[in-house]
Ligand binder design. Structure first.
Ligand SMILES: NC(=O)c1ccc[n+]([C@@H]2O[C@H](COP(=O)([O-])OP(=O)(O)OC[C@H]3O[C@@H](n4cnc5c(N)ncnc54)[C@H](OP(=O)(O)O)[C@@H]3O)[C@@H](O)[C@H]2O)c1
Length: 729
């Protein structure tokens, strides 16, 4: 390996001359000719190299230099000789054989070598890498590095030092691994004014996002990336966007010819994403990618790294797995995309060796590459002043007013909503998922709006609200008492709201809240009677508020006992997840319940007192009546408070049956939407007056609704949609 270091070439590039040809302008042809005859013959004094680091990239670089030694010498007209290899642990097994005389743990040995030409820093991290690079440049050595952190943070001063010393500082491998983006920006696009850079430049996060797009959750995708060696044990630099931020700072500095520091840019990572975001994205025609982007807007530069929804048809959306891509926009080229492997021993070594070859050729020609940065006085636009469209996914309690509350917060921050999707997360739960897409808004305003939405608190754990209805004497209170016992045995807390003034649960006292039944009462049980004051319906006016209070106190199940089976009881449908109708054998008029109109709102029918004769017959009658009238398959359960028959089963069904209102059927969805709209209308200033007219009978409900609708203010003009089709998460 160290065969060709017989002659010192000195430290100055101008002194590296072909001993045979004798001039810096010597062409490569004689070397090629010499090499063809004797591939191992060194026609020029070799370029001596010290590798700082022999890890993934260092070992890959060494392997490439050794395996393609003759080819590289022929192409460059000079041999590149690895002379020193600095490591921490010389005993460590490596994929390439390093001659013992080259291996060292002593940096002084390298820096004191007078015959050294190039230092190749492949250690990583900020220190001592920066110090070594600075020392090498100060001593007139050329430097090649793959270290994005050092170049991003200190590139400006190190390049100025290299320029002063007349040596090269090359860093092709610091961005995009094997993609030749640095030299493209520095040289090939020199005649362009680059206006925008968009890149996928972190293979680890792109691998994770690709897996999540296929349905995996973040943790599972990260584990897979770690198993395959794509993610480190501590993946923060990659998944929090820091690695991409360093690379973006380098790309922006070169693209816009202005010093763009990592502190000028903002990085938001991918750790908060869920597979559901990818599902929503797919429904709307988007992929989610961690995009590093920067653009020049007049005299300002703006840039950030964050997960972006990009159109599925875009070129960047097609970049999968560990692959990287950089898309440039320039006044001459229009668009240019470079695509390839952004990491790994071979692609990165390819970039490192390319830098080494350019330096070797410069040495041979007595030239050096000067990089001019900071040519332009461009200012950096603060992140808070950047515009984007946003995608928000929120878990909210599915109740009237929540969407209005969120819309109000967004509106107060000048953020206008472009679309809303609402989904249930679970049929039996009352937590809904709200997906909001906004028009273009300022990052700063969105950050404040999110703080305000978060201050609303975590979504309330929703209670299961069960209405129990049935005519007088059917045994509602007795059954509720038994259900309380069963639910408590199952560890559930129960609140009972009795709208029935006759209820023995409340002792018959209209507003009493004492429990007078022979059942267990403990801290997990709350019983309260509610007056139905409007007289227009069988439930109390303030029932919704009291149910919400019970949820605030964390009750698992809220049972609402209604006045009795009748037309008015259908109003309970708006508040309950489940309406349970109680019937009993030998009701006299078998069809009385059908006439009462409650069958259509019942989600579960209980034949109570099923220990009496005829229970099964009534159950059969109900089943056939339901099937005949509506084809419905509402469950019919036999239960007896006296014998305990069916009570535990009933308690279980109350918790597990799908919520009727949230079944997703058209009527349920319509009712939900109507409730939300009504809630909005009731917040209008004219609403109290209209309600007062209705309450005193001066207008009917249709007229009240019409007036409420008329009282809406006209909607503000839509804001123009931003030119970008992506939305920030
Ligand atoms: N890995 C990639 O695919 C990739 C792609 C593009 C750019 N890069 C960049 O390339 C550089 C190297 O990455 P890598 O993945 O090759 O790292 P690595 O596998 O961790 O190797 C680091 C090497 O540096 C040596 N080293 C570290 N600190 C040292 C110290 N203080 N003194 C002496 N030797 C020291 C280590 O010695 P021991 O072996 O004795 O521990 C090891 O050989 C980093 O800047 C990285 O960002 C890497």
């Amino acid at each position: 390996m160290v065969q060709c270091h017989s002659r010192s070439c000195g430290r100055s590039p101008a002194r590296v001359l072909d001993q045979r040809a004798g001039g810096p302008e010597d062409s490569a042809a004689p070397s090629h000719a010499a090499d063809r005859h004797s591939p191992r013959r060194c026609v020029l004094s070799p370029v001596n190299v010290a590798l700082l680091g022999a890890g993934v990239v260092g070992a890959g670089t060494l392997d490439l230099l050794l395996s393609k030694r003759a080819q590289l010498a022929a192409m460059n007209g000079v041999e590149i000789v690895p002379r020193h290899v600095l490591v921490r642990d010389p005993a460590r097994r490596r994929p390439v054989t390093i001659p013992p005389e080259a291996l060292t743990t002593d940096p002084a040995r390298i820096f004191s070598d007078p015959d050294l030409h190039v230092v190749v820093e492949l250690m990583g991290g900020e220190e001592p890498a920066r110090t070594y690079i600075e020392a090498a440049l100060s001593a007139g050595r050329h430097v090649v590095t793959a270290n994005k952190e050092v170049i991003a943070k200190h590139g400006g001063e190190l390049l100025r030092l290299a320029n002063r010393k007349g040596v090269d500082l090359s860093f092709e491998a610091s961005v995009g691994g094997g993609i030749p983006i640095i030299d493209t920006l520095r040289k090939d696009l020199i005649a362009n004014d680059i206006t925008a850079v968009r890149a996928i430049i972190n293979g680890t996060s792109n691998f994770i996002l690709t897996a999540m797009s296929a349905g995996r959750e973040y943790a599972e995708a990260l584990r897979q990336a770690q198993e395959l060696g794509y993610a480190e044990a501590d993946p923060r630099n990659d998944v929090e966007g820091i690695d991409a931020l360093y690379k973006l700072s380098i790309l922006s500095t070169l693209a816009f010819r202005a010093d763009v520091r990592p502190t000028d840019l903002t990085a938001l990572g991918i750790t908060g994403l869920s597979a559901r975001d990818f599902q929503y994205g797919a429904e709307m025609g988007y992929e989610i990618k961690l995009i590093a982007w920067a653009r020049r807007d007049g005299s300002q530069i703006e840039g950030a790294v964050y997960p972006l929804m990009i159109s599925r048809d875009s070129q960047l959306a097609a970049v999968k797995g560990v692959f990287n891509a950089v898309l440039l926009e320039g006044d001459q080229i229009d668009q240019l995309m470079l695509y390839g492997r952004g990491a790994g021993a071979k692609p990165t070594a390819s970039a490192v060796v390319a830098d080494l070859c350019r330096i070797a050729q410069n040495i041979r020609r007595g030239a050096s590459d000067h990089i001019h940065i900071n040519e332009r006085a461009l200012s950096i636009r603060p992140f808070s002043k950047m515009l984007a469209r946003f995608y928000l996914r929120l878990s909210v309690v599915d109740r009237p007013g929540v969407l209005a509350q969120i819309a109000q917060i967004l509106g107060a921050h000048q953020i206008s909503i472009s679309s809303v999707i609402q989904r249930e997360t679970d049929e039996t739960s009352r937590v809904a998922e709200l997906v909001i897409m906004t028009h273009a808004a300022l990052e700063g305003q969105m950050a404040h709006a999110i703080d305000a939405i978060r201050s609303l608190g975590p979504p309330l754990r929703p209670a299961r609200v069960v209405a129990i209805t049935g005519s007088g004497g059917v045994g509602k209170s007795t059954l509720i008492g038994k259900l309380i016992e069963s639910l408590r045995r199952q560890g559930r807390t129960v609140a009972v709201l009795a709208c029935d003034p006759e209820s023995p649960l409340t002792g018959g006292a209209l507003l009493g809240d004492r429990f007078r039944m022979g059942t267990v009462v403990d801290d997990g049980v709350y019983i309260r009677s509610l007056a139905a004051c409007s007289g227009r319906q069988a439930i109390a006016d303030h029932l919704g508020g009291v149910i919400r209070l019970c949820e605030e106190f964390g009750f698992d199940v809220v049972i609402v006992e209604t006045v009795g089976a009748g037309q008015g009881d259908t109003a309970i449908r708006a508040w309950a997840d489940l309406v349970v109708l109680l019937l009993q054998p030998e009701t006299g008029d078998d069809l009385q319940w059908e006439k009462a109109g409650v069958l259509e709102v019942a989600d579960l029918i209980v034949i109570h007192k099923a220990d009496l004769p005829g229970a099964e017959r009534v159950a059969q009658q109900v089943r056939s009546a339901m099937e005949l009238s509506s084809g419905s398959k509402v469950p019919v359960v036999l239960a007896s408070s006296r014998t305990g028959l069916g009570i535990d089963e009933l308690a279980r069904l109350l918790q597990t049956l799908p919520s009727a209102i949230r079944r997703g059927d058209e009527i349920g969805a319509f009712l939900d939407e109507a409730r939300r709209e009504l809630d909005r209308l009731l917040r209008e200033p004219d609403a109290p007056q209209i309600l007062a007219l209705w309450r005193t009978g001066r207008i009917d409900i249709q007229e009240a609704l019409r007036r409420l609708l008329d009282s809406r203010p006209s909607r503000p003009e839509e804001e123009p949609t931003g030119a970008r089709s992506e939305s920030v998460i």
